[in-house]
Write a protein that binds this ligand. Structure first.
Ligand code: PMP
Length: 454
């Protein structure tokens, strides 16, 4: 079916309901219709190029139309596009499970596939719940979860229950299960009113107290290792994750590490947990797993958890969860190729790029409305404030973050803010020249949009 750009624009306006998008405002603007891409550039139907500054929603790793990844999909197409994983195996998903186990923190030997980040976490929540009913010394009262303020783990009702972003989650409160909530490590606006320079990561003490108090009913603690993403790129102080692991282990509570956003090199190492030598009980992976090509997710867990689900079929210990496209062979084939590329030089090249981004960000920190900058690897957030000394935020209706990103888009850089936090998250393979261009454009836009406020 051929269609002109005008037709596509009107069909988009008439039929496509975009996720997380205020549709009334969207319909009033000319849509950005991406037609193709090369490297780290996306190209619209007018042939205009845009730097993919948020890795197509935090998932792209090596850029677009990467010959090795394209080839992996094409070669798999000549074998089989899809077959079910329910009671049946396929070649790429089997190889990928083996590879993930080799690369993941030691002891995570079982791989349960699903389709996206939300399902990877949902699977971990349900497995943790079921584990406590079926483990050697069952503790069926362990049914609850502890998560952090500002947590985001996806959009299924289970994930929303452990999530804590007012604008995404609170509306659904009547549909959710209750979660124990611990203060997060938002040092710029410390929930405990402390200063990072002088605190002893006291928010960890609060978390520890909560875990101690509720350990008898807690199935698991859920965290986003090293950086809370959707909360506004909230970096964790060094040592935080390791301490959470110690606390959960001591209190016999499972640990779910949601590496959906931070996995696959994003924070500088293949997995974020490795930076603090942490082995969680569940490792949730998605987004970058396929290099940003296809929807595929995996929840890795231990033999200890897996064994609790064994027994004769009639004993009813089976994990009754699965999706039609689980373990899709095309996704698994491209994931294998993605891992190969990561290991073949992309990870080694990262430290230089991370420093380059850091230098750019340091320059931006001097701008009048830049309140705080948080970076972990090639993942950063720039928090805009009305007044630097009081940290006063802009009124939300000014949508300053959106204004900055709009200005950047007009100059060929695609960014998507989280409120007034500008996210910078380019593909790991971005060239120095494109990274410089992205940051220069952003610097200019921050200056320009700030002018009326000075
Ligand atoms: N967990 C985290 C930490 C995320 O950042 C996201 C998505 N941004 C998800 C889970 C959900 O992933 P998906 O959008 O693939 O469902």
């Amino acid at each position: 079916m051929d269609a002109s750009r005008e037709q596509l624009e009107s069909w988009d306006r008439d039929h496509v309901w975009h996720p997380f998008t205020p549709m009334q405002a969207y319909a009033a603007e000319k849509p950005l219709l991406i037609e193709r891409a090369h490297g780290c550039l996306l190209v619209d139907m007018d042939g205009r190029e845009y730097i993919d500054g948020v890795s197509s929603l935090w998932c792209n790793v090596h850029g677009h139309r990467v010959p090795e990844l394209d080839l992996a999909v094409r070669a798999q197409l000549d074998q089989v596009a899809h077959s079910t994983l329910l009671g049946c195996a396929n070649v790429p998903a089997t190889k990928l499970a083996r590879r993930l186990v080799e690369l993941a923190p030691p002891g995570l030997t079982r791989v349960f596939y699903s389709d996206d980040g939300a399902t990877a976490v949902e699977v971990a929540l349900k497995m943790a719940f079921q584990y406590w009913r079926q483990c050697r010394k069952p503790q069926p009262q362990k049914t609850r979860f502890l998560a952090l303020q500002g947590a985001y783990h996806g959009d299924t009702l289970g994930d929303v229950s452990v999530g804590d972003l007012a604008r995404f989650h609170h509306l659904f409160a009547p549909l959710l299960f209750p979660t124990v909530r611990a203060p997060n490590h938002y040092c710029y606006r410390c929930p405990l009113g402390l200063q990072r320079a002088s605190c002893r990561i006291d928010c960890l003490e609060a978390l520890e107290d909560l875990v101690r108090e509720h350990h008898e009913t807690l199935a698991a603690v859920v965290v986003e290792p090293l950086m809370q993403g959707a909360a506004g790129m909230i970096a964790a102080p060094a040592g935080y994750l390791q301490r959470v692991r110690q606390i959960t282990r001591a209190q016999q509570v499972l640990l779910i590490a949601d590496e959906v956003a931070v996995g696959f090199g994003r924070t500088g190492t293949l997995f974020a947990c490795a930076q603090e030598d942490v082995v969680p009980d569940f490792l949730c992976l998605a987004k970058g797993l396929t290099g940003g090509y296809l929807p595929l997710a995996a929840t890795l867990t231990t033999e200890e958890v897996f064994r609790a689900f064994l027994g004769r079929p009639e004993e009813g210990r089976t994990f009754c969860h699965g999706h039609t496209y689980t373990g899709n062979p095309l996704g698994a084939a491209v994931a294998l190729a993605n891992l190969e590329l990561l290991q073949a030089g992309v990870l080694q090249a990262l430290p230089a790029k991370v420093s380059r981004l850091r230098e750019h960000l340091e320059r931006m920190a001097g701008l009048p409305m830049v309140g705080d900058i948080r970076q972990q690897g090639l993942m950063a957030g720039i928090e805009l404030v009305c007044d630097k000394s009081s940290k006063r935020a802009f009124p939300p209706e000014q949508r300053l973050g959106a204004q900055v990103c709009r200005a950047a888009r007009e100059r060929g850089v695609l960014l998507r803010p989280l409120g007034d936090v500008i996210v910078v998250m380019p593909p790991l393979a971005i060239t120095d020249a494109l990274l410089d261009r992205l940051c220069d454009v952003l610097y200019n836009c921050l200056q320009e949009v700030a002018l009326p406020f000075e």
